[in-house]
Design a protein around this ligand. Structure first.
Ligand SMILES: Nc1ncnc2c1ncn2[C@@H]1O[C@H](COP(=O)(O)OP(=O)(O)OP(=O)(O)O)[C@@H](O)[C@H]1O
Ligand code: SF4
Ligand SMILES: [Mg+2]
Length: 315
């Protein structure tokens, strides 16, 4: 990405803590996000990958104004959106969630689902119909689907409808939080291809969140690897995949992308950590790392390694 162009979204030092233990005298906090910073440029697909509980959805929720950070900021262009999400920007940032069974109102027809954002934004009647038709065609469903209800659709078709709703206001950015995870593998690929197509044809930027590095590697221009609320590594997707720097990225790729595709599996098994105590002040990846040394008992900094950022004492 041309670093001279202006970013669409700028996330800086985003921190979100939750209280894990509260007693009369002290509280213990758990960092769902710890100083997370990244940018999304116009028309770019940025992938966020990490295992369950790493903070992926928390990032999405803060960007969408559904949660507040404890510190840090999110700017959309020149406007700060993390303190108070400006209603006038709702049309510029939309969302696709993991499970279209729960994200689509079962009492709404497909037409109602897709037209709702236009009605809320006071679009004229004639234009609403036009835009709904354009959106349903963009997601490669024909008009006859507009009369159906969510229960009359397959999982893949429901997700296409959710995407049609997300694009109907011509957003600049879509936060897609695990949009393929509830789908069969063959349908996952169709949705990934659809997202690529929408990105190409409509220049919509995506923040694509997934636990599956395989999916994200196939789709994104840039990749952010998250572990326990910290960015471990971020950079150009191809270069991260070809030459992972961080031990966690290496582990993910070694277990997910072996040369024989039939051997592919999801994330490496999660071993029981003993550095999960809030009192442990070393590297978050310490217990699972094969490269750790004494120095890792202190936290590393996120360092520039070429065009990459890596959170590790090895660099
Ligand atoms: N409202 C909350 N109160 C307390 N803890 C929370 C809350 N929301 C999230 N968390 C915790 O913050 C951490 C990050 O949650 P988040 O939902 O962002 O993870 P995730 O990476 O999206 O996981 P998954 O892949 O399972 O969706 C988790 O440990 C979660 O339990
Ligand atoms: S800082 Fe140390 S423990 Fe952490 S990832 Fe790097 S080598 Fe491993
Ligand atoms: Mg999540």
């Amino acid at each position: 990405m041309d670093s001279s162009s202006k970013s669409l979204l700028k996330v800086s030092d985003l921190t979100k803590k939750y209280i894990t233990k509260k007693s009369f005298l002290n509280k213990e906090y758990f960092h769902a996000l710890d100083k997370v910073s990244f940018e999304v440029y116009p028309s770019e697909i940025v992938g966020v990958v990490g295992e369950s509980g790493s903070g992926k959805s928390t990032i999405g929720r803060i960007i969408l104004g559904l949660a507040k950070p404890d510190s840090g900021s999110v700017y959309f262009g020149d406007i700060e959106i993390s303190k108070r999400f400006p209603e006038e920007l709702r049309k510029d940032i939309s969302v696709v969630f993991q499970d279209p069974r729960t994200s689509l109102n079962p009492r709404f027809s497909v037409y109602d689902v897709i037209s709702e954002p236009l009605i809320v934004n006071n679009f004229p009647k004639g234009e609403i119909k036009e835009r709904v038709l354009e959106a349903i065609r963009m997601v490669q469903l024909d008009e006859s689907f507009l009369e159906r209800y969510p229960h009359q659709l397959s999982g893949g078709q429901r997700q296409r409808v959710a995407i049609a709703r997300a694009i109907v206001l011509n957003p600049k950015l879509i936060v897609a939080d695990e949009p393929t995870s509830a789908l069969d593998v063959s349908i996952q690929l169709q949705i990934v291809n659809l997202i690529k197509e929408l990105n190409r044809l409509k220049s919509i930027a995506f923040l694509f969140i997934s636990h599956d590095i395989n999916v994200v590697a196939n789709l994104s221009n840039r990749l952010i690897v998250l572990y326990r609320g910290k960015i471990m590594e971020q950079g150009d997707t191809l270069s991260v995949i070809k030459d992972p720097k961080h031990p966690y990225t290496k582990l993910l790729l070694s277990s997910v992308l072996p040369s024989n595709p039939r051997e592919r599996k999801s994330f490496p098994e999660i071993v029981e950590d003993n550095n999960s105590s809030p009192k442990f002040n070393g590297c978050e990846f310490y217990d699972r790392c094969s490269f750790k040394s004494q120095v890792c008992l202190e936290k590393p900094n996120l360092k520039k390694v070429g065009s990459r950022e890596v959170y590790c004492h090895l660099y």
